[in-house]
Design a protein around this ligand. Sequence first.
Ligand code: SR1
Ligand code: MG
Length: 419
Amino acid sequence: MTTGAAYEALTVETLPDRLAGIAVLAAKVGPEASAWQVEEVGDGNLNLVFIVSGPAGKAIVKQALPYVRLVGDSWPLPLYRAFYEHHALTRQAARDPGSVPEIYHFDEAQALIVMEFLAPHVILRRKLIAGEHVAGLAGFLGRFCARTAFRGSELSMASGDKKADAALFAGNVEIPAITEALVFTDPYFEAEMNNHTEGLGPVVASLRGDVALKIKAQRALQRFVSNAETMVHGDLHSGSIMSTENDSRVIDPEFVQYGPLGFDIGMLCANFLMAYFSQPAHRGPELETYQAWILGLIDETCATFETEFRHLWQTERTGILYPRTLFEDQGHDSGPACAEVLAGIWRDAWAVCGIEMHRRCLSLAHNADFEEIADPAIRAPLEARNLTMGAALIHAADGGLTAAEVCAMAREFNGKDVL
Ligand code: SR1
Ligand code: MG
């Protein structure tokens, strides 16, 4: 039993003995810890992830390491991120039931969460690289983003509850600080940990020389750190989603914080766009059809987000913001107010989208969509399309872009020889 003991990272060898006393884990996997099989499968940048299997079934044990796994112990990182991930998962489960894995047990001192083993789910990014389809994905993600955004904000929550939550998550300092630097700032100068594909030099120089772009990226950062509108997942990319051919869940909200309503959906769309731009290196004759499917995902995710957000506006607007007392009770339609809130969400979302497209090619943590293209001569021109579209998005974000316009931009950049 781990409770009360000083933190110690688990290994496949020590896990059965150390976690044997967790009744709910024994119930899920089997009563004899000596019969458990343990495999460490963490392929993310930060944590240990174990699959524990036994005669009764399987469970996941996720444990934070006291440093950034991707870099090593030269970059310490607080264990408290497991505490915030646990609280985020609890809230996401309440705000969008069935959207996240079930939590069985949380041990704060060991920074570990025992949770549902999702099967046969795999990381969505792997499916997008493999050219697989996921039915219902856009609807699921559009609803997830809308429900967690709306229900975590003062559009819905009592002001005191929202303030208490914002105060709770305000303690998550170092993890969002990674986003503040790696996502919003490092792409735009020669930061120490940056790297980019050879051959991209001219594109990178042009982005870094674009002062107006840097101002817009910093403005987006200002909103990210200062606009505590809702509880955001904080790292909603295709590696934070697990899917089968027709079911999906969101995982890994350790980057949770209070932030702009449009942050998660913006980051998500960026990862769809990067999947789109990388496809020529991964697909054969089905390239066009598959790329069209990815753009359809963006369109449908955003349309579902809007529909669900408007629905919640009509049915669950119980917070202090845009109250019925001020609109419906006065015989005034609140539709224009909802439209204005949505317009602000999309302004933030498309700016974040462009910035995320930049950081995944220029900053520390690249994504497999591009990284698994072994030949830099193939990778660089695809990344160049992605980078230049990212810049166009950031510049255009304030102009009331629609998802359809963003998809049209993607088609245009996909046909460009940028390098
Ligand atoms: C040092 S952590 C790098 C990245 O991994 C996480 O998944 C986040 O996306 C973070 O930016
Ligand atoms: Mg993660």
